[in-house]
Design a protein around this ligand. Structure first.
Ligand SMILES: C[S@@+](CC[C@H](N)C(=O)[O-])C[C@H]1O[C@@H](n2cnc3c(N)ncnc32)[C@H](O)[C@@H]1O
Length: 262
């Protein structure tokens, strides 16, 4: 499928996932927002468990946060209710609409911006204190521009919290794993839906409108952040939220990286 535009394709894919009520598109309740307003808040960066609070500033009041590729009305409204000034940036109009739904429902101030995570030119240098980037770069073909842009839009001393999939998950044949619960090593890494599957197999496994995925490498993920200028100060892992691999290996990693003061 040589003329496929991966950003446009995944925009359509995520808009459709919103229609289908996928778990990463279901907004938080008013009760969660009320608790966050009262100071009792948590957000998920990887898997289903709340990210430890010490990765965030002690108080979020007045903190400028970019919720990067983080649509769906989940984390951004909670951070806003806790006092942060939040901008959600996402490639799916319908995912952003979910954030606006929560903001309107619960009277929160929240900005939404549509775009590709590799191009944050909508924001001036040094616009944010924190970039919150949950597991979403598996949908992005290349990471170097993402880390470079995150570094640029952060203020000195600001931090990037990034979640991502364990790239090793992609060595396994998906059909055997999903349909027979077997882990069969098949793909050389780094994996891409566009290069490792035929069009026919990709459409059979993902459906014609399924989101395109890329495994990346640990060098892309961690080396890439360091190459952009970040200092890595935190690293955690978690099992995948579903599937056979969770018995054997981490499914997710998360990094906390700081843009050094000059
Ligand atoms: C698994 S969801 C993550 C959001 C969710 N709130 C969470 O808890 O992790 C992945 C998100 O990445 C977004 N996305 C995919 N490709 C993107 C791109 N190139 N630029 C910006 N956002 C993108 C999707 O639209 C989707 O909202």
């Amino acid at each position: 499928m040589p003329d496929l535009d991966p950003v446009r394709h995944n925009r359509d894919a995520w808009d459709r996932l919103v229609e289908r009520g996928d778990q990463w598109t279901v907004p938080v309740s008013s009760e969660v927002i009320a608790r966050a307003r009262a100071g009792d808040w948590s957000v998920v960066l990887i898997g289903h468990e709340p990210q430890p609070r010490h990765w965030f500033p002690e108080s979020l009041v007045g903190v400028d946060i970019l919720a990067l590729a983080s649509g769906g009305g989940q984390q951004a409204p909670v951070l806003a209710a806790a006092g942060a000034r939040v901008t959600v940036f996402d490639n799916s109009p319908r995912q952003l609409a979910r954030d606006r739904e929560v903001a309107e429902r619960d009277g929160l101030d929240l900005a939404t911006v549509l775009g590709d995570m590799r191009d944050l030119s909508a924001f001036a240098d040094g616009s944010f204190d924190l970039v919150f980037h949950p597991v979403s770069n598996l949908f992005c073909p290349d990471l170097e521009p993402v880390w470079r842009e995150c570094f640029r839009v952060l203020r000195p001393g600001g931090s990037l919290l990034a979640g991502f999939l364990n790239p090793d998950l992609y060595v396994f044949d998906r059909d055997s794993e999903d349909n027979r619960g077997e882990l069969v090593v098949r793909h050389a890494l780094p994996y891409s839906d566009l290069t490792h599957l035929s069009d026919e197999e990709r459409v059979r496994l993902n459906g014609p409108h399924g989101a395109l995925e890329y495994s990346h490498t640990m060098t892309d993920q961690i080396g890439g952040q360091m190459a952009a200028g970040f200092h890595l100060v935190g690293f955690v892992e978690a099992p995948h939220h579903s599937g056979v691999t969770r018995q054997y290996m981490p499914g997710y990693f998360a990094t906390r990286a700081v843009k050094p003061r000059a």
